[in-house]
Design a protein around this ligand. Structure first.
Ligand SMILES: Cc1cc2nc3c(=O)[nH]c(=O)nc-3n(C[C@H](O)[C@H](O)[C@H](O)COP(=O)(O)OP(=O)(O)OC[C@H]3O[C@@H](n4cnc5c(N)ncnc54)[C@H](O)[C@@H]3O)c2cc1C
Length: 459
C-alpha cells in the first residue's frame, strides 16, 4: 500500500512544494522555484544525490541557444521537434514534444548563465537523428560534473535538500489531491511531511527487475546501467492517484558498454566511421541507426557481445571523453598495427575482419542501409573495445501535459497538485527502443523540471 489516507498522517512540517528526487529534473525544478523566491523542499533517498544523472554523459540537447548562435549553428524548436518525431516515428506526444523543444533553449541558456554551471556546445560529430549540433554538456562530458554544478547552484540558492529521505508512501484525498508524503529513514524511523504541491522527479523503473520484466521483457536479463534507486515509485503512485502510465515499453538502451569494465564507450566513435563486428569478425547492423536499438542487436550476437572497431583518427576523438580515457586507462581499448594483428588480439577470424574493415572504404549504402560515404574508411593502426548491450533508463511513465501536470487517466484534466518530469513522466520517444533520440533523457529531465517549476510559480 503506497497511498495512505490523510487521516493517517502526522505531519511534522508542511512545505509549499515538495520535490521527490534530487537528479537533474528535481534540481532544475527546485532552482526554478528558488529563482522566484519560492520555498521548496527536495527529498532524496540517497546519502549523496547522484541519480542516473551522475551516470550519464551530461549531454542536454536544446535548440536556439546562445552557445549555438556563437558557434554559427542555426537551429529551431520546430527542427528539433521534427528530429524527435522522426526518430519516434511520429509517436511521441505532440503537446509534450512541442513544450519541451520550445523551452529547451531558454532552459539551457538559463542554466548556463548560473555562475556554477558551464554547458558548452558539443561540436565535431552528430548523434544519430540530430540535424545539427545541439548537445550541451559540461566540458568533461560527464553527468557527474553536471550534478556537481546543479548541486553547487542549489547550495548557493539555499535550497533545502534532505538526504537519506526515502519517500515510501503518499497521503492523498479521494479527489487525488496529494496532502503529503511519508519518509522512511535508513534506521527505519518514519516522518510525515505535508505539502501543497508535489513534483515527482524520482525517475523511472529501470532498477525494478519485476517492472522491467513486465514491460520490457527483451531487457529483463540485460545489465542495467542506471541508478538502482529508480524503482518505479512515481509511476505506481501516479497511477494509484488516478493518472495513467504510457509507453511503458519505451527505454534507452545502449549498444556500446565496455565489458567487463562497465564503461560507456561513446557512440561518437561509430558516428565518425567506426563499425561493430561480432565474435566471428562480421558486421551485423547499421551502426548509424542509433545506439539505443543497437543494445538489442548486440545482445542478439553470440556471447551477447560485439567489438567496436575504429582507427587512430577516431581514437583521438574518443580521448576527448572522460569515460573513454578511463576505459583506455583500464586497458579496455585494444591497439593493433594491422588487421591480422587486431584479429589475433581480439580472437576473431582475420579474413572476415579484413572484409568488414575493407567495406568501410566503399561508397554508397551498404546491405544494412548505412551510408558509407559519409565517413573516411578505417586505416591502420586499429583499435577495438569489447562491448555489450545494456538498459540505461526507462522512457515510459506518467502521461502529462505541456506544463508537466499529471493527467487523469483517459482525460486531459490534470490531477489537482501533481507534476512529473524526467524519467517519472512519459518521455518523447514513443513506445519503442528505436524511438529514443539521443539526449531525450536529460532533455525531459531539465525541461519538464523547468516547466513544472514555472507552472507552480504561477500559483
Ligand atoms: C550510463 C548512462 C548515460 C546516459 N547519458 C545520457 C546523456 O548523455 N544524455 C541524456 O539525455 N540522457 C542520458 N542518460 C539518461 C539520463 O541519465 C536520465 O534520463 C536522466 O538523468 C533522468 O534524470 P532524473 O532527474 O529524472 O532522474 P535521476 O537523475 O535518476 O534522479 C532521480 C533521483 O530520485 C531519487 N529517488 C528515487 N526514488 C525515490 C524515492 N522513493 N524517494 C526519494 N528519492 C528517490 C533517486 O535516488 C535519484 O537521485 C544516460 C543514462 C545512463 C544510465
Amino acid at each position: 500500500m503506497t497511498l495512505l489516507s490523510p487521516g493517517e498522517a502526522s505531519f511534522s512540517v508542511t512545505a509549499p512544494v515538495l520535490v521527490i528526487g534530487a537528479g537533474a529534473c528535481g534540481l532544475t525544478a527546485a532552482l526554478t522555484l528558488r529563482e522566484a523566491g519560492r520555498d521548496v523542499l527536495v527529498l532524496e533517498r540517497d546519502a549523496s544525490p547522484s541519480g542516473s544523472t551522475a551516470l550519464s554523459s551530461g549531454m542536454i540537447p536544446a535548440a536556439g541557444t546562445q552557445r549555438q548562435a556563437a558557434a554559427g549553428v542555426t537551429d529551431t524548436p520546430d527542427l528539433m521537434a521534427a528530429d524527435i518525431q522522426g526518430k519516434a516515428k511520429d509517436r511521441a506526444d505532440p503537446a509534450v514534444t512541442a513544450a519541451v523543444t520550445q523551452v529547451a533553449g531558454s532552459t539551457v541558456d538559463w542554466l548556463d548563465s548560473l555562475p556554477e554551471v558551464d554547458l558548452p556546445l558539443v561540436t565535431g560529430f552528430l548523434y544519430p537523428g540530430h540535424s545539427v549540433e545541439r548537445m550541451h554538456a559540461p566540458p568533461n562530458r560527464t553527468g557527474e560534473a553536471l550534478m556537481g554544478m546543479l548541486l553547487t547552484a542549489a547550495g548557493r540558492m539555499d535550497i533545502d535538500i534532505v538526504t537519506e529521505a526515502h519517500v515510501t508512501a503518499l497521503f492523498a484525498g479521494e479527489d487525488g489531491r496529494v496532502k503529503g508524503v511519508r519518509v522512511t529513514r535508513p534506521d527505519g524511523t518514519v516522518e510525515d511531511i505535508g505539502c501543497d504541491t508535489l513534483i515527482l522527479a524520482c525517475n523511472g523503473y529501470g532498477g525494478n527487475k519485476t517492472m522491467v520484466a513486465e514491460h520490457i521483457p527483451e531487457m529483463a536479463k540485460a545489465d542495467y546501467f542506471g541508478h538502482v534507486g529508480n524503482q518505479g515509485d512515481a509511476v505506481r503512485w501516479g497511477v494509484e492517484l488516478g493518472g495513467e502510465a504510457k509507453h511503458m515499453s519505451a527505454y534507452q538502451g545502449h549498444g556500446s558498454v565496455a565489458v567487463p569494465h562497465g564503461i560507456l564507450i561513446t557512440w561518437a566513435l561509430m558516428m565518425e566511421g567506426g563499425i561493430q563486428v561480432n565474435a566471428a569478425g562480421e558486421r551485423f547492423s547499421n551502426e548509424h541507426q542509433g545506439y539505443s536499438e543497437q543494445s538489442v542487436a548486440v545482445l542478439a550476437q553470440p556471447g551477447k557481445v560485439a567489438w567496436d572497431v575504429f582507427d587512430d583518427r577516431i581514437h583521438k576523438l574518443g580521448m576527448e571523453f572522460d569515460d573513454y580515457r578511463n576505459a583506455s586507462d583500464q586497458r579496455a581499448v585494444v591497439h593493433a598495427n594491422s588487421v591480422e594483428d587486431l584479429a589475433s588480439r581480439i580472437g576473431v577470424d582475420a579474413r572476415k575482419l579484413a572484409a568488414a574493415i575493407a567495406e568501410t572504404h566503399a561508397v554508397g549504402t551498404d546491405r544494412f542501409g548505412r551510408d558509407l560515404s559519409v565517413n573516411p574508411g578505417l586505416d591502420a593502426p586499429f583499435y577495438a573495445v569489447k562491448v555489450t548491450g545494456a538498459l540505461f533508463h526507462t522512457q515510459g511513465g506518467l502521461r502529462i501535459d505541456g506544463a508537466a501536470r499529471v493527467l487523469r487517466s483517459g482525460t486531459d484534466d490534470p490531477l489537482p497538485n501533481l507534476y512529473a518530469g524526467g524519467g517519472a513522466a512519459c518521455g518523447v520517444s514513443g513506445p519503442e527502443v528505436s524511438g529514443y533520440l539521443s539526449g531525450n533523457g536529460l532533455l525531459t529531465a531539465v525541461t519538464l523540471g523547468r516547466l513544472a517549476g514555472l507552472d507552480v510559480r504561477k500559483s
